[in-house]
Design a protein around this ligand. Structure first.
Ligand SMILES: Cc1cc2nc3c(=O)[nH]c(=O)nc-3n(C[C@H](O)[C@H](O)[C@H](O)COP(=O)(O)O)c2cc1C
Length: 221
């Protein structure tokens, strides 16, 4: 696949089949993503790939933790609000996704089920958990972001689906209860990986992008 095709084919996948992901696929994806640039080639990321019964247990624990209503304790502070433009785009995403999923504004039950689905990684058979060493600057998270995008693009080039999920990093103690992620690493984010259900409405949905004029300023070109 050409680079442009890979970039165009990647989108957040929010419905996965039960088909497992192989160890070889994960290794291939991790090796490609590992080509990401980083500050001074420090490569601060670590990747924990979890499948099988352990992935199932993490998904179950995270859904239970979310439903319990106990406070979320992510290793890295997550945003609680956004400046105006960002807030508008955040709202638009929620509205248009719910419309595509035919979840009504007043349908509290379906909304709660969708929210729980986030924590259940939309049924993905493989969970990718990305960490950086504790007490690093924001640039380690910046580098991890490049790595995570690489994971998603590499998966897409193999016909696999991904969705980056903050939901997987909101209760890191539940994840650590299943897989031994060291306490001296911060869990930055999780990624759900698996085989997409191509016809699922959630997977036919596409998010919008800002017009280029809003984000690009060119001088002297
Ligand atoms: C840091 C980060 C956290 C995210 N967390 C979630 C999440 O918890 N649930 C979800 O459904 N999507 C999540 N997403 C996916 C975004 O909603 C998605 O990337 C964005 O809407 C753009 O759509 P696209 O990925 O289909 O291009 C997250 C993405 C990023 C980069």
């Amino acid at each position: 696949m050409q680079y442009t095709q890979v970039v165009d084919s990647r989108h957040s996948c929010r419905s996965f089949s039960d088909a497992p992901v192989s160890r070889q696929q994960v290794e291939q994806i991790a090796a490609l993503a590992g080509k990401a640039p980083s500050w001074g080639n420090t490569q601060p990321w670590k990747l924990y790939a979890v499948g099988g019964g352990k992935a199932e247990e993490i998904r179950r624990r995270l859904v239970d933790a979310m439903r319990s209503g106990r406070p979320q304790e992510p290793d890295i502070t997550m945003p609680m609000g956004f400046e105006e433009g960002m807030a508008q785009r955040y709202k638009n995403l929620g509205r248009s996704l719910f419309k595509a999923l035919e979840i009504g504004r007043e349908d509290a039950e379906k909304r709660a089920a969708h929210y729980a689905n986030n924590f259940g990684a939309f049924g993905a058979p493989c969970l990718l958990l990305v960490t950086v060493p504790k007490e690093q600057t924001s640039y380690a998270v910046f580098d991890a972001g490049a790595f995570v995008h690489g994971l998603c693009l590499a998966a897409s080039s193999l016909g696999l689906g991904t969705v980056i999920l903050a939901a997987l990093a909101r209760f890191p103690d539940e994840v650590r209860a299943v897989v031994p992620i060291p306490a001296n690493e911060d869990m930055v984010i999780g990624v759900a990986l698996g085989h997409p259900n191509p016809e699922a409405p959630a997977n036919l949905f596409r998010s919008q992008r800002r017009p280029l004029e809003e984000t690009l300023t060119i001088f002297d070109l």
